[in-house]
Ligand binder design. Sequence first.
Ligand code: GTP
Ligand code: MG
Length: 194
Amino acid sequence: MGRSNVGKSSLINALVRQRVARTSAAPGKTRLANFYRVQRGSVPALYLVDLPGYGYARGGDASAREFNRLTEAYFERGLGIGDQGSVGTLRSSQSPTPDPRSPVSIGVLLLVDARHPGLDTDLDAWAWLKSQPCARAVVGTKADKLTRAERARHARKLESVFDSPVPLVSAETGEGLDELWKLIARLPNPRTAA
Ligand code: GTP
Ligand code: MG
């Protein structure tokens, strides 16, 4: 999850090395929760879920509220998948859906633009995410847009405002993606982290 235009859909494409998620230079592109089933090597299959962004909506406030409602509904239902089995209700029609009978662990990545550490909307999202019963991590996107000096400075600032490690990634250059896969693999169950 993350602000509109932060690069959520692009990052999914970069992680799976295919253009599966639609992206756009204009914010407000992704309008439904889209599930992408990923099978890598011998690791059990997982779903990458692309959510609409917050903080922008072409239709103004009413539309922005609808995005927020959709995202919150995803979490409320998605996190309760074991009892409700309703995680698929917000899927896009083309996307495969997790089997609601399977046990599922959910980890959430909050994507923030590495150029803009500590925006209020991102801090609010992080505070809300910390109140949810799920594993979570912050990731800084568009690292290719930072100079080397900015990179070090912004990384420190990000880690300080989120009080958490914040790896930097670039969907454009592929920087940080191997590390991000490792983070994703251990996220739902941090105790198994290497
Ligand atoms: P919404 O669906 O509107 O919430 O946006 P999103 O977060 O999915 O963003 P999206 O992936 O559509 O990318 C938005 C814009 O940022 C596009 O023009 C992308 O090409 C650009 N972008 C995404 N990731 C990167 C990156 O790592 N580096 C650079 N330079 N541009 C990026
Ligand atoms: Mg998107």
